[in-house]
Each structure stands twice: as C-alpha cells, then as structure tokens.
Design a protein around this ligand. Structure first.
Ligand code: COA
Length: 660
C-alpha cells in the first residue's frame, strides 16, 4: 500500500478540460506531475491553459510567485504513454468517457505502473468496478470525480469500486485534500454516485412539472434561484451544460439504473430541434443577447418543495443503502451544486411528513417512480419529521425543548446554532434569546461537543440586531427587561466552558455584533459589515455594546462606532482587532469548520481555563488577574490531558486530549 507521503510522481492522462486542471492541482500540491495526451498539440494546449491559470492565481494573490514557478517546474507535458506512467505512484485518468477506451487504458496502466500505484479514474458516469475489472489490482482502482473547472470547484467525490480497499480510499482522500479539495466519499459504486444521482431527479421533475402544465420554465427557475437560493435555476443549468448532453447522460444512466428517471420529453424535443442551449444560441432561453435574466417575482407563487420531493427520496435511498450519510449528501450538494443549504437540512426544514405526502400524491397520479423510500416512511412513523420535531435527518434538540427562532445542530465534536429568521435578517426576538440561552444549557455538560459555532441562516446576515418591529408600544420597563435578558445570555456565553465561534456570514449589526462580541472568536465572510447603528434609531446599544466593544477596539474607535453608528467592513474591523479572520465566501464554511476542528482537538479543560483566565482577568486588577492565572494553571497540573500533552511532545506525536 502507498501512503500519501510516499507519493512522488503523479501521472494525469488526458490534457482536456478536466485533465489539465487536475494536473495543475497535482503540481500545486507538490507532486512531480506528468500530463499526457495523444498528440503534442493537445499536450501543448493543456500546458498553456495551466500556465494561464497559474498566472491568474498569482495575480489574485491566491498563490505566491514562487509557488507558481515551483509548480510549473514540476509539470511535464508528454505524449509518450510509458514516459508518463513509468514509476508513477498515483495515476489520475481523465480521458473521454468511453468505457472501452477507459478499460484499455487501465489494462495498459496495470502493466506499466509499479505494483503499489493507485489508479484513479475521473468519471462522472461510468462504473468504477467495471473499469477496475480490466486490471489485476481492482483493490487499487478508485473513482475521483472532479467538478469543472477542477482548480476552482471545491469538491471531489471519491467513489469506491466493489473491490477498492480501505488503504486506497484513505490515500486518495488525502490526495484530494492535498490538492486543496473537500471530499465526500461515495461508499458504493452506484450510478450517478452522490451528486449527479441527486441532480438527475431535480432536472427530471422540473421538466415533468412543465410538461404537466403546472408551471413555466421561468417560474421554476425564478423560484429555485430566489426562493431556494440555488445559484441558478435548473433550466438555465441545462442550457449551460447543453440539453443534448443532458439527454445523453439521462439515457446512459437509465441503461444502468432502472430507478433513474430517464430522458424527459421536454429535453428530448429541444435537443431534436437543435436547441441545445448556450452553445447553439437557443435552448430554454434565448442566448443571442447574452445570459438571460430571470426576474425574482416570476416564481413567487411557485412552491419548490414538490420539485425536491423525488430528490429527497433519492437521498433517502443513498442513506438507507449505506452509500452516504446526510452530511456527505449535504456537503455534496452545497459544494458540487451550489445549494445554499444541504438537501437533508432543507428537507428537515420543509418537514419529512410533507415530503412523504407529496410523494404519495405523485405516486397515486403518476406511478411507481415516486414510491416513498422506506427510510422516509420509517422517519415519519417514528415522528422524526424534521426541525419542528427536533429530529429528522439531523438531531435538532434535546428532550422537550423546541428551538423556535434558531436551528440547533449537534455534530460532535461541533455544535451549531443557526439564527433562523432570514426574512428579518435574523433579528433578535424573545424566542431567539431563549434559544441561545437553552443551547448553552444543553451543551454545558455535553462532553462530546467541544466547540459551539453560532451563525446566521441565509447568506445576507449573521444578525441585524434587535427586531425593530417589536419596539412599537414598548415601555421603559420592557426595554430594560429585554436588554437585561440578552445581557445575561451574552454574559453566560463568556462563562460557557467551551470556545464559541461567531461565524459572521453577513451583517452583524447592533445586537448581532453584541452576540458576536460575547463569543471567543469572530470569523467573517469577506465583504460583510459590522456596526452598532442604534444611535440612528435614537437609542444606544443594550447588550454590551457600550462595554465590550471598547475592549476590542479601544475607547476612541468604540465611541466613533457607537456615536456615529457607521458600518465598518470586516476587513477594517479585522485591523482594529474586532474580527479574528476574514475568509473568501467560497471557502468560508470550510475555513470556519477547520478553525473549529482545531479548537476541538485541543485540551478541553485547558481551553476552558484559558477562556476563564482571560475573560475574568479583564474584569479585575492585574494582581488579582495574575492570581486567577496561577490558580487555574495549578488546576491543570493535575489533569490527564497535561500528562498526555507532555508525553506526546517527548514522543514526537500528536496528543489525544480527553478532557480529563
Ligand atoms: N429588525 C426587524 N427587521 C429587520 C431588521 C431588524 N433589526 N433588520 C432588517 N430587517 C428586515 C427589513 O425590515 C426587511 O424586511 P421587509 O423585507 O419586510 O421589508 C428585511 O429585513 C430585509 O432588510 P432590508 O433593510 O430590506 O435589507 P438591506 O440589504 O437593504 O439592508 C441592513 C440591510 C441590515 C443594512 C438593514 O436592514 C438595517 O439597517 N437593519 C437594521 C439594523 C439595525 O439598526 N439594528 C439595530 C437594531 S436595535
């Protein structure tokens, strides 16, 4: 078996759109990379595309000039097959999606690469096991489904063939991660794998909905873009991908998978008229004047949930057959298809019972394709109908408490509290304050959860402050009580025995910033703003803004922010010391998770004591603060984690902390 550290030479076969992008990633990851195609012209074209892409990365400061030069030196474009694969430790094949061609290539690879080499195929449709069958080492053959364009798309789907072994899977996962990608492992070689298996039914249902006269193309696309928040509607996606390509892919999938919806009449008719979409100038939309724009209002009346019911059904099939977990599915659709939320998360919000009712209605009208997956039936029978029940695909709540204004997700070692009033930019009301308080209680003694992350639903706001609509008819005493309550919760956050991260995915204003300031870390999405705008409403901050802000930014700046009410960009706020890190939008969730996981791997008791020493220390004279520091330092001396930390240091290994 080959470990990731032992891999020196990577061969990429095929210098086309996918191949050259993959080779670029391999070179950037530090491997000697051989890019091979069948003639010099194709190789040269691939290499020049890589050069351009590397230059663009350097220009945008995503890589340094040196990284660019070094990567370029590691790249070798060749036509000779033997030269490309001789001595390769890892091969990624990215030739055309033709089974016979792939089999022939893998047979040759098996003969010409070292016995330890892993042979990966970049495919989005073909069965891995069949390709592996052409070799004498099926346990070392694996699928690596990159998304187009590989250097920019954050996801790689890794697919195990029937015989792929654990070591090969592990090394391939590490290879993809080294290439800077997030990974979902598709545990079984099922047609469409995870992502395309879920894309197919959505396209099909959209087409059927139009065929049945229930909605227009524009209504569906508008609702998907503006109500669900997909990057674009499915018909626009079809126009981009090529309607003929979609028909062909649906035919291929149907051949191998009787459960697949197959090619839809609407698509077939378009393709037969030569209306392929963007590339032919006309598809579902007219492209003669550039990218069509779809107005937000058109889809207002269209309910998108029935469109997703068969997709959720397909997800349930994947979970029940142990192909993927809800987490894999959600990561797949978020990173591979740009969903704003995971499919299972959405299904939990819509209600599993509702999905089942829709499927039953469709089954009665249109037949077996809509047959409810037994997993969904079981979930409904057990009352696991989603967020409202506290349990669906995910666990949302502890016994008895219903989170009304937030979504609580426990994913040890992390837990998430998602402020969930997106229509009001997650503004704070009494329910939200109560949820926040309850979440702290619920996690206080939970040994499995080590870090809490607070973030906002939707992509516009973390939280836009107190709900101003609730101010009408307020009395001085109500104002006093409301602020006191939030103050008590934010103070509890500072006493909470584990790190709390505020993931600022949009505006953090007023009370939103005050909640964030009571967290231990503030990680922000590039391009967002923070501020204390209360003064503009004729009031002042009421949940610690006049007290905590100056600790982060100093008195002068705090007065400016509070008394002028200006919004400050997170980039500027980072310079002031208010924000810890700023991440680009496409990496935000991943970076937040990475940050949280690093904390979660730390020694829980020492983290708690560090938090207390700092938080309590700022409240008291230095002498007393230092006394607190010595006190908790002493406490740590008795812990098993301290023994583990010091032993691991001496044994030159990573420590494993248990919180004991
Ligand atoms: N309370 C109640 N509703 C709020 C809100 C708040 N604090 N902040 C935003 N909303 C609502 C808006 O009224 C609007 O509702 P509508 O669609 O029914 O009209 C919706 O959320 C979207 O906000 P909108 O103002 O249209 O978005 P925008 O992108 O133009 O501006 C903000 C975003 C955050 C700059 C702006 O909403 C704002 O200034 N909010 C108030 C912030 C504030 O003063 N907070 C302190 C409160 S003490």
């Amino acid at each position: 078996m080959v470990k990731i550290d032992e891999i020196k030479k990577v061969a990429v076969l095929g210098a086309g759109v996918m191949g050259h992008g993959i080779a670029e990633l391999a070179a950037l990851a530090g491997f000697e990379t051989y890019l091979r195609d069948i003639n010099q012209e194709l190789v040269d074209k691939g290499m020049s595309m890589i050069k351009k892409s590397l230059e663009k990365f350097a220009e945008k400061k995503r890589i340094t000039q040196e990284m660019m030069d070094q990567s370029w030196k590691r790249l070798h474009g060749v036509v000779d097959f033997d030269e490309a694969v001789k001595g390769a430790d890892f091969v990624i094949e990215a030739i055309p999606e033709v089974m016979d061609l792939k089999k022939k290539t893998f047979k040759e690879l098996d003969e010409k690469t070292p016995k330890h080499a892993i042979l990966a195929t970049n495919t989005s449709t073909l069965p891995i096991s069949e390709i592996a069958g052409a070799t004498k080492r099926p346990e070392k053959v694996i699928g690596m489904h990159f998304f187009n364009p590989p250097p920019l798309m954050p996801l790689v789907e890794i697919i195990r063939g029937e015989k792929t072994d654990d070591e090969t899977t592990q090394t391939t996962v590490e290879m993809a991660k080294k290439m800077g990608k997030m990974v979902v492992v598709c545990r079984k070689d099922v047609p469409g794998f995870i992502v395309n298996r879920l894309l197919g039914p959505l396209l099909a249902e959209a087409a059927r909905t139009v065929e049945r006269g229930e909605a227009t193309v524009e209504e569906i696309d508008s609702a998907l873009a503006y109500k669900v928040g997909l990057p674009m509607g499915v018909f626009l996606v079809a126009d981009y991908s090529g309607i003929d390509t979609i028909v062909k892919a649906s035919e291929e999938t149907k051949k191998r998978d009787p459960m697949a919806p197959g090619p839809q009449k609407l698509f077939v008719e378009k393709a037969s008229k030569g209306e392929y979409g963007w590339k032919s100038g006309k598809g579902f939309y007219d492209w003669s004047k550039g990218r069509p724009s779809i107005p937000a209002g058109v889809g207002e009346k269209f309910d998108p949930v029935p469109l997703f019911a068969p997709v959720v059904n397909a997800a349930a099939w994947l979970i029940r057959n142990d192909v993927a977990d809800p987490q894999d599915i959600d990561m797949g659709v978020k990173l591979g298809l740009g969903y704003p939320k995971g499919l299972c998360e959405l299904a939990d919000e819509w209600g599993i019972d509702r999905i089942v009712t829709i499927l039953k209605e469709k089954e009665a009208k249109y037949g077996d394709y809509y047959k409810v997956d037994p997993l969904l039936t079981e979930m409904v029978n057990k009352g696991h109908t989603g967020v409202k029940a506290g349990k669906g695909f995910y666990d949302y709540a502890g016994a008895g408490y219903t989170y009304k204004a937030t979504i609580f997700k426990r994913e040890p070692p992390l837990a998430w509290l998602i402020l969930n009033r997106p229509q009001r930019l997650n503004a704070i009301n009494a329910d939200l304050t109560a949820d926040l308080d309850h979440c702290l209680t619920e996690l206080w003694d939970d040994e499995e959860v080590r870090v809490l992350i607070i973030t906002g639903a939707g992509d516009r706001a973390f939280c836009a402050g107190a709900d101003i609509t609730g101010f009408k008819g307020g009395t001085p005493n109500l104002g006093f009580e409301a602020t006191r309550r939030l103050q008590m919760v934010t103070t509890r956050m500072e006493k909470f025995p584990k790190p709390i991260i505020a993931a600022l995915n949009g505006f953090a204003l007023g009370g939103g910033l005050e909640i964030a300031m009571a967290c231990d870390f503030r990680l922000a999405k590039e391009g967002t703003f923070v501020g204390q705008p209360e003064i503009l409403l004729g009031i002042i901050p009421g949940a610690g803004g006049t007290q905590r802000l100056s600790k982060y930014v100093g008195l002068g700046r705090a007065k400016e922010m509070v008394m002028l009410g200006d919004r400050v960009s997170v980039e500027e706020a980072q310079k002031m010391g208010l924000i810890n890190r700023v991440f680009p939008p496409d990496k935000f969730e991943e970076e937040v998770k990475n940050f949280a996981k690093r904390l979660a791997a730390g020694p829980p008791i020492a983290l708690k004591m560090a938090k207390y020493a700092i938080n309590y220390g700022t409240e008291v004279p230095l002498d007393i603060g230092l006394m607190v520091e010595s006190g908790v330092f002493g406490v740590l001396f008795g812990t098993e984690d301290m023994v583990e930390g010091t032993t691991a240091f001496l044994e030159k290994r990573f420590p494993k902390f248990k919180g004991k």
